[in-house]
Design a protein around this ligand. Structure first.
Ligand code: PEP
Length: 249
């Protein structure tokens, strides 16, 4: 039995005041919700407001990235130690926007993932193919390659808290959702690859979230798939009512 995770990726949206306003409306809507883990990942500057607002609630706060060094001359980056100082335990790693616009590679994803796991964080590691790769029939190869590289030199023991998000790049922010069947097929490939690398028992417990234009209208069909262990939600997580509706799919 895998407990589902419904996570919000707020990207570069919201100010601290808007963050507080979101939680004022959102928390009462999900206060009774115990079925799934709920995580909100705001931008770094909104973390204090989010932590203060969600304190004592059933909503955890996560970050959108983490660097692999403990500290140093890495302008614009944030360390595991700095996140832990705020009591932040979830972190998104390798989001396609980081890969696409900020030079993130399979190798830097691996470094970030390894460090996050060693530091005791729960990483949500994103993988997914671009449209040309899907159209060329290369989805499976891409997912296997991304997994192999992301998991390189990570022991099964260290990987225990790992969460994967399958995010087909063509479905992010485009309104095009992968059908539940397409998503489940990709999840099965990822689970199989995780099984090959970390063993079957690990793979059976691994939580694989789907991300890409998840909305209140399509959440329940996606979650009806046994392979889908939750969602990583961008656009539709910015509105408290819409994100609450997804949480309660
Ligand atoms: C995301 O950025 O992780 C995402 C899934 O975005 P959206 O829900 O807007 O497609």
């Amino acid at each position: 039995m895998r407990i589902r995770v419904i996570a919000a990726n707020w990207k570069m949206y919201k100010t601290p005041d808007q963050t507080r306003a979101f939680f004022r409306e959102f928390l009462p809507l999900v206060a009774q919700h115990t079925r799934d883990e709920i995580v909100v990942c705001p931008s770094f500057l909104d973390l204090p407001a989010a932590l203060e607002s969600a304190n004592g609630s059933n909503v955890a706060i996560g970050a959108q990235n983490v660097h692999w060094k403990e500290e140093g001359a890495f302008t614009g980056e944030t360390s595991v130690k700095q996140l832990l100082a705020y009591d932040i335990h979830y972190v998104i790693i390798g989001h396609s926007e980081r890969r696409q616009y900020f030079g993130e590679t399979d190798d830097t994803v691996n470094l970030r993932l390894k460090t996050a796991l060693e530091g005791g964080l729960t990483p949500i590691c994103c993988v997914g193919e671009v449209l040309e790769e899907r159209e060329a029939g290369a989805t499976e190869d891409v997912l296997r390659r991304q997994c192999v590289r992301a998991f390189h030199a990570i022991s099964v023991k260290k990987a225990a808290k790992l969460i994967i998000a399958y995010e087909p790049v063509w479905a992010i922010g485009t309104g095009k959702t992968a059908t539940p069947e397409i998503a489940a097929e990709a999840h099965a490939v990822i689970r199989q690859e995780a099984g090959r690398i970390f063993g079957e028992e690990f793979a059976a417990h691994l939580r694989i979230l789907y991300g890409g234009s998840v909305k209140p209208e399509n959440a329940s069909a996606l979650m009806a798939q046994e392979e889908i262990d939750g969602a990583l939600v961008g656009g539709a997580s910015l509105d408290p009512k819409s994100f609450a509706a997804i949480v309660k799919y």
